[in-house]
Design a protein around this ligand. Structure first.
Ligand code: DGJ
Length: 730
């Protein structure tokens, strides 16, 4: 049993293999966060809470004579608001009488085997895992609000999931102004926060900062999880490295406006609050109505950042993404975007497919421009009908020809968007999110559809289904190319406009769910101008997401490394593109582009018909090695072989089979130097006493030598050289 309630001490213990999470109900019904860390051997961790009378930290009425007992400093499980905890609140409400206060006290709890799904939202899947769940109900009797804290413990995965449900048990309206999914108070310690920030074409770059008494906010109000701040943070102890140190992870399984706040308070304790961004959010709960927040995925390890990454990789591969993708090899694809942009014909696409199929590429993906009036990015979105003028014979001919080549066919959509210059917009201008009496803010000259409107969802479902029914399509690339603004639904009354941003996300999830239920063999790759919606919410529906619109192999090193902290390689869409690269103009060798793209779901994004015979021969070899290493890359443990001293010079990473029988080391030199120093790569994850042979050579070394001494390599000549070293246990 991974959740234990000790009635005599009033503590809940949530136990995973390597962690313990402890909650206590105190004598006045406050829910105290006792502890999250290494297993505490059945100790009530309340002893760590020391009463100190801190000036200007008030006392709840019941504690008014005990001035050392203030909710402003007590570690809490889920803070209320307006009643004396001046740190970040988990909840914001407006009661019928206008009061903004909410004082949450324990009411009841239940523990059950299994895990309930969250209606309308993706959540971590239980499958056949042993999962135990706990629901603690808190209440504010004055307001008539119940708040259910839901926890599920994935014991052998070292993961605890959380979400919160708000129930209006009064006979009056309650306005929810903030509704966090999870809160974590860490009472002691000297912490760094790590988050993943960026921009279009440079997503999820790791940023590590020492916490001081302050509030750090990681958020998006773009209607999407965004290129700019990913909904994932790490708290690690100040000295933590890849292989050492305490780390906590907090990941939100949500694709819309999010906010993760991290506060170090006056007493040096740290609070993390994660959930929907309250900006532009207000949810009206009528009597008896309830509201579910998105789920948060929490993890703890004492063993450093790589161990935390492994926990997230494991849960995402097995329990967030559809698990069937663990064992189904995904096709190596070629995408025509950077080969043709909007300028293509059926013949051109068939030519690309022919050359690609000869080299072992297994799927052709037809990108933007096949539908409506779409010769550039100013028109056509919303008109999901093939443009037969451009594609002679339509999608049917194309998909049949591609099938004859033994390849699969994939198709690009951007379902949630519409151009003003489209039949859809001319017929249904009210289906776009537009502020009344105001010109909309445009981006890529397009508007966003009102996904909160069921009619819009039905229209999209019908259009996409028709195309899937009439053609042989096994894959969709699902794009999303602008941030939301003017978020106003003509379909909802004024008082519900604060709900639109979240209802938009629910509409998207609902459409994805319907399509995947209707077409269980369909694979959807997520995309949002590259990785603008790279989050666990989308990964629930899409086992892979196009990682970035920046296809430059050297830039991708940063992007893919940052992404790897929270997300597995199996989720990362990565392609070999043309050289010079279209985003940076940089030239890199084909071999290096291959090595970098192999740290993902591999494919090509270039005009293969223009490649020389030598290049084609090299591609054939690349494909053979990707196929050879496929399961090692996709299922193995991923290690960043980080060397701070050489961070600007090279990047190295490694895949190790879970049984430690083989390892693939990858090195890319970013900065070639004359008379350079030897690079020593210290491998990770091997068996110390086993011997490993470097494939293709007579070199055989012990796991210990490779890990502690390291493998020395002199690689420093030419433009961006790279190497792949395959070590096999003998
Ligand atoms: C953005 C995507 O990330 C690209 O790969 C491509 O699909 C374009 N959109 C098409 O408009």
């Amino acid at each position: 049993m991974s959740i234990v309630f000790d009635d005599s001490r009033k503590i809940f213990r949530l136990l995973t293999l390597n962690s313990e999470y402890q909650i206590k109900i105190d004598d006045i019904g406050l829910l105290i966060h006792n502890y999250y860390g290494r297993p505490a051997c059945d100790t009530d961790m309340t002893y760590q809470i020391i009463s100190v009378d801190r000036g200007f930290s008030g006392n709840l009425f019941e504690n008014r004579v005990d001035r050392g007992r203030s909710i402003d400093v007590l570690p809490q499980e889920y803070s209320g608001c307006g009643v004396g905890d001046y740190r970040i609140s988990s909840v914001g409400i407006v009661a019928k009488n206008g009061s903004h206060s909410c004082d949450l006290r324990y009411k009841s709890h239940r523990i059950y085997e299994g895990k309930e799904e969250i209606e309308g939202l993706p959540s971590v899947r239980k499958y056949d895992d042993d999962v135990t769940s706990l629901v603690i109900t808190l209440e504010d009797k004055v307001v008539g609000l119940e708040v259910e804290l839901h926890y599920s413990v994935f014991e052998d995965k070292d993961v605890i999931t959380r979400h919160t449900k708000f129930i209006n048990v009064s006979d009056k309206k309650i306005h929810l102004e903030k509704a966090a999914s999870a809160m974590l108070d860490v009472q002691y310690g000297c912490w760094d926060e790590i988050h993943f920030a960026g921009r279009h074409c440079m997503e999820r770059v790791m940023s590590r900062n020492k916490l001081t008494q302050d509030i750090k906010v990681i958020s998006s109000k773009r209607g999407m999880s965004s290129h700019h701040e990913n909904p994932f943070v790490i708290l690690c102890d100040h000295g933590a490295t890849e292989a050492y140190g305490e780390c906590y992870g907090m990941m939100l399984m949500y694709s819309g406006n999010h906010k993760i706040e991290i506060e170090q308070d006056q007493a040096g304790s740290t609070r993390i609050v994660a959930g929907i961004n309250e900006e532009n959010f207000s949810w009206c709960l009528e009597a008896a109505e309830s509201f579910d927040t998105p789920e948060a995925i929490m993890a703890y390890t004492k063993d450093g950042l790589e161990s935390l990454s492994h926990i997230y990789h494991n849960i995402i591969r097995r329990n967030v993404c559809d698990r069937k993708y663990m064992d189904v090899k995904r096709p190596i694809l070629i995408n025509n975007w950077e080969a043709t942009y909007f300028d293509f014909t059926s013949e051109k696409i068939i030519d690309i497919a022919k050359d690609a199929s000869e080299l072992g590429i297994e799927m052709l993906v037809l990108d933007d421009g096949w539908f409506g009036k779409r010769d550039d990015d100013n028109s056509g979105l919303g008109d999901w009908f093939v443009n037969e003028k451009k594609l002679d014979g339509g999608l049917k001919r194309l998909s049949d020809e591609i099938e004859k080549l033994g390849m699969k066919f994939g198709l690009w959509f951007e379902p949630e968007m519409v151009n003003e210059d489209s039949n859809l917009y001319r017929e249904h201008p009210d289906w776009a999110l537009v502020d009344p009496d105001r010109h909309p803010t445009m981006a890529r000259n397009q508007l966003v559809l009102d996904m909160s409107n069921k009619k819009v969802e039905d229209y999209l479902f019908n259009c996409i289904s028709k195309i899937l029914d009439e053609n042989n399509i096994s894959y969709i690339k699902w794009d999303f190319n602008r941030s939301l603004s003017n978020v106003y639904s003509k379909n909802l009354p004024n008082k519900k406009q604060g709900e639109v941003s979240h209802r938009f996300v629910l509409g998207t999830y609902s459409l994805l769910e319907r399509l995947l239920s209707a077409y269980p063999n369909l694979m959807i790759e997520g995309c949002s101008g590259g990785g603008g919606r790279f989050d666990a919410g989308m990964l629930y529906y899409c086992p892979q997401i196009w990682c970035s619109d920046d296809t430059d192999a050297i830039e991708r090193l940063e992007i893919q490394e940052g992404t790897s902290f929270g997300y597995p390689v199996s989720a990362v869409g990565s392609h070999v593109s043309a050289s010079p690269n279209h985003q940076t103009g940089r030239s890199t060798p084909l071999s290096t582009r291959g090595v970098v793209a192999m740290a993902g779901t591999f494919g090509y994004e270039l005009d293969i018909t223009k490649m020389s015979a030598e290049e084609k021969a090299e591609i054939k070899e690349q494909i053979a090695s990707y196929n050879k290493y496929y399961w090692l890359i996709q299922k193995g443990d991923y290690y960043r072989l980080y060397n701070e001293e050489y961070a600007e010079i090279y990047k190295a990473w490694e895949f190790v089979a879970t049984d430690k029988s083989e390892a693939l080391v990858n090195i890319v030199v970013k900065k070639v130097q004359a008379n350079a120093r030897i690079k020593v790569i210290k491998l990770r994850g091997l068996e110390e006493n086993a011997m490993y042979n470097l494939e293709g050579t007579k070199t055989t070394l012990s796991g210990a030598a490779l890990m502690y001494g390291g493998f020395a390599i002199n690689i420093s000549y030419g433009d961006y050289p790279s190497a792949q070293l395959h070590f096999v246990r003998v």
